[in-house]
Design a protein around this ligand. Structure first.
Ligand code: NDP
Length: 269
């Protein structure tokens, strides 16, 4: 019998997850279906209840429901607790297991696809939402010192405080970044959606630096800025999307698909 999965978000019609998971299923011979489902903004818990009642085995969760998914999970992985956000749910009997694969997805993309060595780097994260929270722990594990800069300083401070025992982390305003230089700058804001650039000062990129925008599908103002400022390595978030999906798939199906052909197919689209 076909096992059912889905991605839940609002909006969701743009989602590439069905394409990715259907390619994974073909590649591994797994008998699954995977669809995109838009949940009403005030109806996430009802949507999940409906999926469980209909026999779905799990789902991915995207904007704006990752924090609600965290609350809804009856058991949470360490990665989910670190981020206080969940992007993968597994339905097992009366339990809802919650995990977060965004951070490992970013790490896998940077190390495997972009082939950038992360060890002991000075990292700047732009943004303090769910995506930023999800990548903090993997960056610490790679020995990075982290500055979080956000439009709303309080959110950056809250995030920094949540991780202060894990390593070196500071919260800053964008204007406080002048005069600093970084090996890695990750844009984890949704500014690219509105074709905006956070107000970044010049001279932030060290020689050899990586500029990574979690958004994908277009050259964002951040990536244009990074190119103009001389960042050596430039990457968008498509690889992260495919890698986080592969970890979700592995959690559900107990087998890891090969991400390379899927990423190649998506780059060609
Ligand atoms: P959230 O809504 O949780 O957070 C959004 C963040 O962006 C906040 O820090 C917000 O600042 C900031 N922001 C929004 N607009 C602007 C702007 N115009 N200028 C400066 N800052 C801005 O979103 P997520 O953290 O879940 O996602 C962030 C981005 O990462 C999205 O674009 C999402 O698509 C992408 N993403 C990609 C993934 C991938 O696999 N490639 C996985 C997960 C996310 P403030 O706090 O001041 O409002």
């Amino acid at each position: 019998m076909t096992d059912k999965y889905a991605v839940i978000g609002n909006p969701i019609s743009h989602s590439k997850s069905p394409f990715i998971h259907n390619m994974f299923a073909q590649q591994t011979g797994q008998d699954i279906s995977y669809e995109a489902i838009e949940s009403p903004l005030d109806g996430f818990a009802d949507t999940i209840a409906r999926l469980r009642a209909a026999g779905y085995k799990g789902c991915n969760v995207t904007v704006p429901f990752k924090f609600e998914a965290y609350q809804l999970a009856t058991q949470r992985s360490g990665r989910a607790n670190d981020a206080s956000a969940v992007n993968t749910l597994i339905f097992e009997g009366d339990q809802i297991l919650g995990d977060n694969t965004d951070g490992v997805g970013l790490l896998a993309d940077i190390e495997k696809n972009v082939q950038y060595k992360l060890l002991f780097k000075d990292a700047l994260i732009l943004g303090a939402g769910g995506a930023a929270a999800g990548v903090m722990w993997p960056l610490f594990n790679a020995g990075a010192g982290i500055i979080i800069a956000n439009r709303t300083l309080e959110k950056a401070q809250t995030l920094a405080k949540a991780f202060e025992g894990a390593g070196t982390v500071f919260a800053k305003r964008y204007e406080d970044l002048a005069g600093r230089r970084f090996d890695i700058i990750i844009n984890a804001t949704s500014s690219g959606l509105s074709d905006e650039l956070p107000p970044l000062p010049d001279g932030l990129f060290k020689p050899g630096a990586l500029a990574y925008d979690m958004m994908y599908g277009k050259e964002t103002p951040f990536l244009k800025f990074a190119r103009a400022q001389g960042a050596s390595v430039i990457a968008d978030g498509l690889g992260m999307l495919v890698e986080q999906a592969a970890t979700s798939f592995a959690l559900w199906r107990k087998m890891r698909p090969d991400t390379r052909p899927v990423l190649e197919a998506m780059r060609k689209q």
